[in-house]
Unconditional design. Structure first.
Length: 63
């Protein structure tokens, strides 16, 4: 649950907690956190990539 709730930080914490008891589950938690982190970045770039150009056009600075 840590990687899902807290993203990359949760994945790192889960990895260090689980690495001694279950190394396979620890790696899976780390991979899940990295995947969710990557998906989050892609979504943010998709959303802000389309919104920011329309905002910049309205300022008319140094025209």
């Amino acid at each position: 649950m840590l990687p899902i709730m807290f993203g990359l930080i949760g994945a790192i914490i889960a990895y260090f907690v689980l690495r001694g008891d279950d190394p396979r589950k620890a790696k899976n938690c780390l991979y899940l956190g990295l995947a969710l982190f990557g998906i989050g970045i892609v979504i943010q770039l998709a959303v802000f990539g389309t919104v920011l150009p329309s905002i910049e056009e309205g300022f008319n600075i140094n025209v």
